[in-house]
Write a protein that binds this ligand. Structure first.
Ligand SMILES: *Cc1c(COP(=O)(O)O)cnc(C)c1O
Length: 381
Protein backbone atom coordinates (compact mmCIF):
# COMPACT_ATOMS: atom_id res chain seq x y z
CA UNK A 1 0.00 0.00 0.00
CA UNK A 2 1.16 3.47 -0.81
CA UNK A 3 0.51 5.70 2.20
CA UNK A 4 2.82 8.61 1.78
CA UNK A 5 3.19 11.41 -0.76
CA UNK A 6 6.40 10.34 -2.47
CA UNK A 7 5.26 6.74 -2.77
CA UNK A 8 1.81 7.67 -4.07
CA UNK A 9 3.41 10.10 -6.54
CA UNK A 10 5.19 7.27 -8.35
CA UNK A 11 2.63 4.44 -8.01
CA UNK A 12 -0.64 6.05 -9.12
CA UNK A 13 -0.81 4.42 -12.55
CA UNK A 14 -2.92 1.33 -13.10
CA UNK A 15 -1.72 -1.47 -15.28
CA UNK A 16 -4.89 -1.67 -17.39
CA UNK A 17 -3.60 -3.19 -20.61
CA UNK A 18 -6.04 -6.12 -20.49
CA UNK A 19 -9.16 -4.14 -19.63
CA UNK A 20 -8.75 -1.27 -22.07
CA UNK A 21 -7.84 -2.22 -25.57
CA UNK A 22 -6.46 0.78 -27.36
CA UNK A 23 -7.17 1.21 -31.07
CA UNK A 24 -3.71 2.63 -31.67
CA UNK A 25 -0.77 0.60 -30.47
CA UNK A 26 0.34 2.07 -27.13
CA UNK A 27 3.85 3.42 -26.98
CA UNK A 28 5.82 1.27 -24.56
CA UNK A 29 7.82 4.27 -23.45
CA UNK A 30 9.69 2.28 -20.88
CA UNK A 31 13.32 1.38 -20.36
CA UNK A 32 12.50 -2.00 -18.86
CA UNK A 33 9.68 -4.45 -18.10
CA UNK A 34 8.52 -5.65 -14.68
CA UNK A 35 7.77 -9.10 -13.28
CA UNK A 36 5.47 -10.47 -10.54
CA UNK A 37 7.99 -12.84 -9.01
CA UNK A 38 11.16 -14.72 -9.86
CA UNK A 39 9.30 -17.47 -11.72
CA UNK A 40 7.64 -14.83 -13.86
CA UNK A 41 11.04 -13.32 -14.67
CA UNK A 42 12.42 -16.78 -15.52
CA UNK A 43 9.77 -16.87 -18.25
CA UNK A 44 11.69 -14.20 -20.11
CA UNK A 45 14.77 -16.39 -20.22
CA UNK A 46 12.78 -19.47 -21.26
CA UNK A 47 11.23 -17.46 -24.10
CA UNK A 48 7.62 -17.29 -22.86
CA UNK A 49 7.86 -13.58 -22.09
CA UNK A 50 9.08 -11.29 -24.82
CA UNK A 51 10.67 -8.28 -23.23
CA UNK A 52 13.08 -7.53 -20.41
CA UNK A 53 14.95 -4.34 -21.18
CA UNK A 54 14.30 -1.88 -24.02
CA UNK A 55 17.86 -1.87 -25.32
CA UNK A 56 17.37 -5.62 -26.01
CA UNK A 57 13.84 -5.37 -27.37
CA UNK A 58 10.61 -3.42 -27.05
CA UNK A 59 7.13 -4.05 -28.50
CA UNK A 60 7.28 -0.91 -30.64
CA UNK A 61 10.69 -1.57 -32.19
CA UNK A 62 9.70 -5.22 -32.71
CA UNK A 63 6.66 -4.00 -34.65
CA UNK A 64 8.85 -1.96 -36.98
CA UNK A 65 11.30 -4.81 -37.61
CA UNK A 66 8.61 -7.41 -38.18
CA UNK A 67 6.31 -5.09 -40.13
CA UNK A 68 9.03 -4.15 -42.58
CA UNK A 69 10.14 -7.79 -42.88
CA UNK A 70 6.59 -8.77 -43.78
CA UNK A 71 6.49 -6.18 -46.55
CA UNK A 72 9.91 -7.35 -47.79
CA UNK A 73 8.64 -10.96 -47.65
CA UNK A 74 11.56 -11.94 -45.45
CA UNK A 75 11.56 -14.02 -42.24
CA UNK A 76 12.49 -11.31 -39.76
CA UNK A 77 13.74 -7.80 -39.19
CA UNK A 78 15.42 -5.57 -36.67
CA UNK A 79 14.80 -1.88 -35.97
CA UNK A 80 17.84 0.26 -35.12
CA UNK A 81 18.61 3.86 -34.24
CA UNK A 82 19.38 4.97 -37.82
CA UNK A 83 20.05 3.70 -41.31
CA UNK A 84 23.77 3.82 -40.55
CA UNK A 85 23.47 1.65 -37.43
CA UNK A 86 21.35 -0.86 -39.37
CA UNK A 87 24.08 -1.01 -42.04
CA UNK A 88 26.78 -1.45 -39.39
CA UNK A 89 24.85 -4.16 -37.52
CA UNK A 90 24.26 -6.00 -40.79
CA UNK A 91 27.85 -5.80 -42.00
CA UNK A 92 29.21 -6.88 -38.60
CA UNK A 93 26.87 -9.88 -38.69
CA UNK A 94 28.23 -10.96 -42.08
CA UNK A 95 31.91 -9.93 -42.00
CA UNK A 96 34.71 -10.50 -39.49
CA UNK A 97 38.07 -8.71 -39.23
CA UNK A 98 40.42 -10.16 -41.84
CA UNK A 99 37.55 -10.83 -44.22
CA UNK A 100 36.81 -8.83 -47.33
CA UNK A 101 33.80 -7.10 -48.84
CA UNK A 102 33.20 -5.45 -52.21
CA UNK A 103 31.16 -2.26 -52.46
CA UNK A 104 30.32 0.26 -55.20
CA UNK A 105 31.89 3.68 -55.66
CA UNK A 106 28.55 5.46 -55.95
CA UNK A 107 27.44 4.71 -52.38
CA UNK A 108 25.43 6.98 -50.11
CA UNK A 109 28.00 9.37 -48.58
CA UNK A 110 27.65 8.15 -44.98
CA UNK A 111 28.02 4.53 -46.05
CA UNK A 112 31.05 5.42 -48.17
CA UNK A 113 32.64 7.00 -45.10
CA UNK A 114 31.86 3.98 -42.92
CA UNK A 115 33.35 1.54 -45.42
CA UNK A 116 36.26 3.66 -46.56
CA UNK A 117 37.58 4.59 -43.12
CA UNK A 118 35.90 3.11 -40.04
CA UNK A 119 35.53 -0.53 -41.06
CA UNK A 120 39.03 -0.72 -42.46
CA UNK A 121 40.49 0.72 -39.25
CA UNK A 122 38.89 -2.26 -37.47
CA UNK A 123 40.46 -4.77 -39.85
CA UNK A 124 37.68 -5.42 -42.32
CA UNK A 125 39.03 -5.26 -45.88
CA UNK A 126 36.93 -3.26 -48.34
CA UNK A 127 37.29 -2.85 -52.10
CA UNK A 128 35.40 0.19 -53.37
CA UNK A 129 34.93 -0.20 -57.12
CA UNK A 130 32.78 0.74 -60.11
CA UNK A 131 29.79 -1.64 -60.18
CA UNK A 132 28.47 -0.41 -63.54
CA UNK A 133 30.26 -3.37 -65.10
CA UNK A 134 29.81 -6.49 -62.97
CA UNK A 135 33.03 -7.92 -64.47
CA UNK A 136 34.82 -5.48 -62.17
CA UNK A 137 33.12 -7.11 -59.19
CA UNK A 138 34.06 -10.57 -60.36
CA UNK A 139 37.68 -9.53 -60.73
CA UNK A 140 37.75 -8.00 -57.23
CA UNK A 141 36.75 -11.26 -55.55
CA UNK A 142 39.47 -12.60 -53.25
CA UNK A 143 39.73 -15.87 -51.31
CA UNK A 144 38.52 -14.02 -48.17
CA UNK A 145 35.59 -12.18 -49.84
CA UNK A 146 32.39 -12.82 -47.90
CA UNK A 147 30.09 -9.93 -48.79
CA UNK A 148 28.90 -8.03 -51.86
CA UNK A 149 27.17 -4.83 -50.77
CA UNK A 150 25.13 -2.52 -53.02
CA UNK A 151 22.23 -0.08 -53.19
CA UNK A 152 19.19 -1.15 -55.22
CA UNK A 153 18.83 2.38 -56.63
CA UNK A 154 21.79 4.72 -56.19
CA UNK A 155 22.04 8.30 -55.04
CA UNK A 156 21.82 10.80 -56.70
CA UNK A 157 21.90 9.44 -60.27
CA UNK A 158 19.38 6.66 -59.64
CA UNK A 159 21.29 3.80 -61.27
CA UNK A 160 19.51 0.48 -60.79
CA UNK A 161 21.85 -2.20 -59.45
CA UNK A 162 21.83 -5.65 -61.03
CA UNK A 163 20.81 -7.47 -57.85
CA UNK A 164 20.14 -10.76 -59.63
CA UNK A 165 23.63 -10.54 -61.16
CA UNK A 166 25.24 -10.03 -57.74
CA UNK A 167 23.19 -12.85 -56.21
CA UNK A 168 24.25 -15.20 -59.02
CA UNK A 169 27.90 -14.25 -58.48
CA UNK A 170 27.68 -14.83 -54.73
CA UNK A 171 25.97 -18.19 -55.28
CA UNK A 172 29.13 -19.48 -56.97
CA UNK A 173 31.06 -19.17 -53.73
CA UNK A 174 30.35 -20.90 -50.45
CA UNK A 175 29.63 -18.40 -47.69
CA UNK A 176 29.54 -15.31 -49.90
CA UNK A 177 26.56 -13.11 -49.18
CA UNK A 178 24.73 -10.17 -50.69
CA UNK A 179 23.47 -7.17 -48.73
CA UNK A 180 21.28 -4.51 -50.36
CA UNK A 181 20.39 -1.00 -49.22
CA UNK A 182 16.78 -0.74 -50.42
CA UNK A 183 16.06 2.74 -49.06
CA UNK A 184 15.16 4.40 -52.38
CA UNK A 185 12.65 1.91 -53.90
CA UNK A 186 11.22 0.60 -50.58
CA UNK A 187 9.56 -2.83 -50.55
CA UNK A 188 6.53 -1.30 -52.26
CA UNK A 189 8.54 -1.16 -55.49
CA UNK A 190 11.29 -3.75 -54.98
CA UNK A 191 11.95 -6.70 -52.66
CA UNK A 192 15.63 -7.66 -52.83
CA UNK A 193 15.20 -10.54 -50.36
CA UNK A 194 12.87 -12.26 -52.81
CA UNK A 195 15.59 -11.84 -55.46
CA UNK A 196 18.04 -13.76 -53.27
CA UNK A 197 19.73 -11.03 -51.19
CA UNK A 198 20.69 -12.25 -47.70
CA UNK A 199 20.31 -8.92 -45.93
CA UNK A 200 18.27 -5.86 -46.85
CA UNK A 201 18.72 -2.56 -45.08
CA UNK A 202 16.66 0.64 -44.92
CA UNK A 203 17.17 4.12 -43.71
CA UNK A 204 13.65 4.33 -42.25
CA UNK A 205 14.45 8.01 -41.82
CA UNK A 206 13.39 8.23 -45.46
CA UNK A 207 10.29 6.66 -47.02
CA UNK A 208 9.33 4.26 -44.23
CA UNK A 209 9.06 7.13 -41.73
CA UNK A 210 8.00 9.32 -44.61
CA UNK A 211 7.34 12.56 -42.74
CA UNK A 212 10.88 13.82 -42.05
CA UNK A 213 10.37 13.54 -38.30
CA UNK A 214 12.28 10.42 -37.28
CA UNK A 215 15.77 8.90 -37.61
CA UNK A 216 15.56 5.13 -37.80
CA UNK A 217 16.90 2.05 -39.55
CA UNK A 218 15.66 -1.44 -40.30
CA UNK A 219 17.63 -4.56 -41.18
CA UNK A 220 15.83 -7.49 -42.82
CA UNK A 221 16.89 -11.07 -43.40
CA UNK A 222 16.87 -14.67 -42.20
CA UNK A 223 16.82 -15.68 -38.52
CA UNK A 224 20.52 -16.53 -38.29
CA UNK A 225 21.99 -13.30 -39.66
CA UNK A 226 19.41 -11.08 -37.98
CA UNK A 227 20.07 -12.90 -34.69
CA UNK A 228 23.77 -12.08 -35.00
CA UNK A 229 23.02 -8.49 -36.00
CA UNK A 230 20.71 -8.14 -33.01
CA UNK A 231 23.51 -9.21 -30.65
CA UNK A 232 25.76 -6.56 -32.15
CA UNK A 233 23.01 -3.94 -31.92
CA UNK A 234 22.42 -4.75 -28.24
CA UNK A 235 26.12 -4.50 -27.42
CA UNK A 236 26.59 -1.29 -29.40
CA UNK A 237 23.44 0.20 -27.88
CA UNK A 238 22.09 1.18 -31.27
CA UNK A 239 18.48 0.23 -30.54
CA UNK A 240 15.62 2.46 -31.70
CA UNK A 241 13.61 4.27 -29.02
CA UNK A 242 9.95 3.27 -28.47
CA UNK A 243 8.59 6.61 -29.65
CA UNK A 244 10.72 6.72 -32.82
CA UNK A 245 9.65 3.13 -33.50
CA UNK A 246 6.02 4.09 -33.06
CA UNK A 247 6.39 7.02 -35.46
CA UNK A 248 8.11 4.87 -38.08
CA UNK A 249 5.36 2.23 -37.71
CA UNK A 250 2.77 4.90 -38.34
CA UNK A 251 4.69 5.82 -41.47
CA UNK A 252 4.84 2.20 -42.60
CA UNK A 253 1.04 2.03 -42.69
CA UNK A 254 0.82 4.57 -45.53
CA UNK A 255 4.02 3.57 -47.34
CA UNK A 256 2.18 2.10 -50.34
CA UNK A 257 -0.13 5.10 -50.74
CA UNK A 258 2.70 7.58 -50.49
CA UNK A 259 5.04 5.69 -52.82
CA UNK A 260 2.34 5.33 -55.44
CA UNK A 261 1.45 9.01 -55.36
CA UNK A 262 5.09 10.17 -55.17
CA UNK A 263 6.20 7.82 -57.95
CA UNK A 264 3.38 8.96 -60.22
CA UNK A 265 4.30 12.60 -59.57
CA UNK A 266 8.00 11.85 -60.14
CA UNK A 267 7.28 10.18 -63.48
CA UNK A 268 5.32 13.24 -64.61
CA UNK A 269 8.07 15.58 -63.46
CA UNK A 270 10.82 13.56 -65.17
CA UNK A 271 8.84 13.58 -68.39
CA UNK A 272 8.26 17.31 -68.10
CA UNK A 273 11.99 18.00 -67.56
CA UNK A 274 12.77 15.79 -70.55
CA UNK A 275 10.39 17.77 -72.76
CA UNK A 276 11.40 21.18 -71.40
CA UNK A 277 14.87 20.84 -72.90
CA UNK A 278 16.31 22.51 -69.78
CA UNK A 279 18.41 19.55 -68.71
CA UNK A 280 21.49 18.01 -70.30
CA UNK A 281 20.41 14.79 -68.64
CA UNK A 282 17.37 13.60 -66.71
CA UNK A 283 18.00 10.68 -64.39
CA UNK A 284 14.95 8.56 -63.68
CA UNK A 285 14.89 4.75 -63.48
CA UNK A 286 13.07 2.68 -66.06
CA UNK A 287 11.41 -0.66 -65.48
CA UNK A 288 11.98 -0.73 -61.71
CA UNK A 289 8.56 -2.14 -60.88
CA UNK A 290 5.01 -2.57 -62.07
CA UNK A 291 3.89 0.18 -59.66
CA UNK A 292 6.33 2.79 -60.86
CA UNK A 293 9.94 3.82 -60.82
CA UNK A 294 10.36 5.63 -57.53
CA UNK A 295 10.00 9.15 -56.24
CA UNK A 296 13.46 10.56 -56.89
CA UNK A 297 14.38 12.51 -60.01
CA UNK A 298 17.79 14.05 -60.69
CA UNK A 299 18.66 16.45 -63.47
CA UNK A 300 21.84 17.99 -64.80
CA UNK A 301 20.64 21.45 -65.80
CA UNK A 302 22.15 22.89 -68.92
CA UNK A 303 24.64 25.74 -68.62
CA UNK A 304 21.94 28.13 -69.81
CA UNK A 305 20.62 28.18 -66.22
CA UNK A 306 22.22 29.80 -63.20
CA UNK A 307 22.18 27.16 -60.48
CA UNK A 308 22.12 29.58 -57.54
CA UNK A 309 19.18 31.52 -58.95
CA UNK A 310 17.40 28.26 -59.70
CA UNK A 311 17.68 27.10 -56.06
CA UNK A 312 16.66 30.55 -54.82
CA UNK A 313 13.49 30.57 -56.94
CA UNK A 314 11.74 27.44 -55.79
CA UNK A 315 9.01 29.03 -53.61
CA UNK A 316 7.54 26.37 -51.29
CA UNK A 317 9.93 23.66 -52.49
CA UNK A 318 12.59 23.71 -49.78
CA UNK A 319 16.25 22.84 -50.00
CA UNK A 320 16.89 19.89 -47.69
CA UNK A 321 19.95 17.63 -47.38
CA UNK A 322 17.71 14.57 -47.12
CA UNK A 323 14.77 13.07 -48.98
CA UNK A 324 11.55 11.11 -48.96
CA UNK A 325 9.13 13.33 -47.04
CA UNK A 326 5.58 13.99 -48.20
CA UNK A 327 6.70 17.47 -49.31
CA UNK A 328 8.72 17.94 -52.51
CA UNK A 329 12.27 19.00 -51.60
CA UNK A 330 15.51 19.52 -53.51
CA UNK A 331 19.15 18.99 -52.69
CA UNK A 332 22.45 19.96 -54.22
CA UNK A 333 24.70 16.86 -54.15
CA UNK A 334 27.91 18.76 -54.83
CA UNK A 335 27.72 20.66 -51.56
CA UNK A 336 25.95 18.07 -49.38
CA UNK A 337 25.88 14.30 -49.95
CA UNK A 338 28.96 14.36 -52.21
CA UNK A 339 30.83 17.24 -50.61
CA UNK A 340 33.66 14.98 -49.45
CA UNK A 341 33.84 12.91 -52.63
CA UNK A 342 36.94 13.95 -54.65
CA UNK A 343 36.07 15.90 -57.78
CA UNK A 344 37.52 13.36 -60.23
CA UNK A 345 35.41 10.55 -58.73
CA UNK A 346 32.38 12.84 -58.69
CA UNK A 347 32.65 13.73 -62.37
CA UNK A 348 33.43 10.14 -63.32
CA UNK A 349 30.09 9.30 -61.71
CA UNK A 350 28.35 12.05 -63.70
CA UNK A 351 27.66 14.46 -60.84
CA UNK A 352 28.34 18.08 -61.74
CA UNK A 353 27.80 21.59 -60.34
CA UNK A 354 24.56 21.62 -62.37
CA UNK A 355 23.16 18.45 -60.72
CA UNK A 356 19.90 18.89 -58.83
CA UNK A 357 18.34 16.03 -56.87
CA UNK A 358 14.58 16.19 -56.43
CA UNK A 359 12.64 14.23 -53.84
CA UNK A 360 9.11 14.35 -55.17
CA UNK A 361 6.26 14.64 -52.67
CA UNK A 362 2.52 14.00 -52.60
CA UNK A 363 1.40 17.48 -53.70
CA UNK A 364 -0.55 17.94 -56.94
CA UNK A 365 1.90 17.39 -59.79
CA UNK A 366 0.58 20.46 -61.61
CA UNK A 367 1.74 22.68 -58.76
CA UNK A 368 5.10 20.92 -58.54
CA UNK A 369 5.75 21.37 -62.26
CA UNK A 370 4.63 24.97 -62.13
CA UNK A 371 7.21 25.81 -59.43
CA UNK A 372 10.06 24.22 -61.41
CA UNK A 373 8.85 25.92 -64.56
CA UNK A 374 9.01 29.42 -63.07
CA UNK A 375 12.35 28.66 -61.32
CA UNK A 376 13.85 27.75 -64.70
CA UNK A 377 12.39 30.91 -66.17
CA UNK A 378 13.99 32.98 -63.41
CA UNK A 379 17.35 31.18 -63.68
CA UNK A 380 17.74 31.54 -67.44
CA UNK A 381 21.01 33.33 -68.15
C1 LIG B 1 19.94 8.32 -45.60
C2 LIG B 1 20.52 7.09 -46.14
C3 LIG B 1 21.30 6.25 -45.33
C4 LIG B 1 21.65 6.58 -43.90
O1 LIG B 1 20.50 6.59 -43.11
P1 LIG B 1 20.39 7.41 -41.73
O2 LIG B 1 19.01 7.10 -41.29
O3 LIG B 1 20.64 8.85 -42.03
O4 LIG B 1 21.43 6.85 -40.83
C5 LIG B 1 21.79 5.08 -45.89
N1 LIG B 1 21.54 4.76 -47.18
C6 LIG B 1 20.79 5.56 -47.97
C7 LIG B 1 20.55 5.14 -49.38
C8 LIG B 1 20.26 6.74 -47.49
O5 LIG B 1 19.54 7.53 -48.30
Amino acid sequence: MANYFNTKAVHFQKNDGEKNVSKAKPIYQTSAFTFQDLDDMEQYFSGEKEHLYTRYSNPNSDDLGHGTAELEEAPTGLATSSGMSAILAGVLAAVKPGEHMIVPLDLYGGTYQLFQTELQEWGIEVSIIDFRDLQNVKQAIQPNTVLLYAESVTNPLLRMEDIAGLVAMAAERDGMRVMIDNTFPTPYLLKPYTLGADLVVHSATKYIGGHSDVSAGVLIGGEELIGKAKKRMISMGSNLSPFESWLACRGLKTLGLRMQSQSDNAARLAEWFQESGSAEQVFYPEGLSEHGNGAMVSVNLSDAYDIKTFFASLQWIKIMPSLAGVETTVSYPVNTSHRTVPEDIRSALGISVQTVRISVGIEDSRDIISVFSQALEAAKK
